[in-house]
Write a protein that binds this ligand. Sequence first.
Ligand code: GLN
Length: 534
Amino acid sequence: MSSTKYIFVTGGVTSSLGKGILASSLAKLLQARGYSVTIQKLDPYINVDPGTLNPYEHGECYVTEDGAETDLDLGHYERFLNTPTSQANNVTTGRIYQSVINKERRGDYLGKTVQIIPHITDEIKRKIKFLGNKRNYDIVVTEIGGTVGDIESLPYIEAVRQLKWELGSDALVVHLTLVPFLAASGELKTKPTQHSVKTLLENGVQPDVLVLRTEHDLGIGIRKKVALFCNVDIDSVVQSIDVSTIYDVPNKMREEKLDVTVLKKLKLPLKEEPALIEWNNFLTQHKNPEHEVKVALVGKYVELQDAYKSIAESLVHAGAANLCKVKLDWIHSEDINKKNVTETLGGYDGVIIAPGFGHRGIEGKILATKFVRENNIPFLGICLGMQIAVVEYARNVLGYKDADSTEMNEKTPYPVIDLMEEQKGITEKGGTMRLGAYDCHIQDKKSKMFEAYGKADIRERHRHRYEFNNQYLEDFKKGGMAPVGLNPDTNLVEVVEIPSHKWFVGVQYHPEYSSTVLSPHPLFVAFVKAALNK
Ligand code: GLN
């Protein structure tokens, strides 16, 4: 195909309408029709990436194979499309300004005044077109973060206006809005949608397709009204009704023929009808479980479900693979103490200790891990969770009183988790962790790891500064905790297990970033299976 087509997904009326899921679902249908598709997120905040953001601010930070710290929507993109994303798939205002300012300092603008239009908008357009020009996708779906009318997103909307003008029928705007239902009068209301389309029009952008989030069926009357007031074809008014799982949305969008409308407008052949066979097999298994397990996720951001988004979704995928409903409870590590740990965790079939940073909630995680270890409950420790497992083992089994990670206690007599050599001397916080995919070799063919993956050489994504301190390697081996996975180049311990335990695995990496609907992550699948066998 000669030229890449660009689809922009904007949002109006309120945030949290699910632009990411809509973009993913549309892309899924186009992919199922035989097109190569990628999805990009433009975020209007000034942080260069979300790596420095507290999860309370922005939910989980998702890490790509190439080590980019990105918005959690990229997790949805990968989970839906089953293809990796990269740094180029997430662009923030901070990153745009950083590259413009770097160019200005180099003198690239040859004495010109550097302005939002054209310099910032040109940089935005360059980042959008990069995926088409350099990576050769047939279709690039670009999700514009925020809600139209926000001051922050204006340069992005302006870039979309320019691109629509330049690209003609090679570009298209899908605008997602809300049609609220007023219970008192029993009516669905279209006015917020009309206003939000007007806001887009004030910025020079006429949306081509409107997707309306609604709790109730819209009916033809509402669709006609919206079409009339917003200058769109009636078949370009698409209903997105609330569903029980995000994974239903591609089917819903197919019923609404969103993919057909979009392809016709982009003047692309429809190709084959999207079959979504494997996808629907997953949905059937997900909706018809034969078993149930109760899993506890112990973390410190439990008030905010977005903070551990990828872990929750990985358990959905792994549950379906085991024909099992995973009932996931989020447990605040600060609430766990010696007195209540048995009562709090006793009823679970499996426990996950979440990733994290800093002191808060650490002692609760250590108590939880001790309880789970002593009671033979399946355990999965992820990143900080693995480090906690090592500290707990050192203190309570090896007898190293006050053993710790130097992240928590720099003066510990037993620094069983310590800063990585390459991290010493690094002072800047942004983008400086050990990030992205690294190789891991599984040493022991009898390990739970090998059983789960079915192979010895794997590659997984990382985001950490501290590591297992190899000075203690022999002590742990002798004491019954096995370093079963090592990085082949650096010998960093990537995985620990307790062979005498029913199922106890701690991983320094983040398996949750690479679980998708069509490829559930083997470690989560094995964890759920172990929970099921408990
Ligand atoms: N805080 C730990 C470290 O930096 C663990 C990080 C994590 O859980 N992602 O090594």
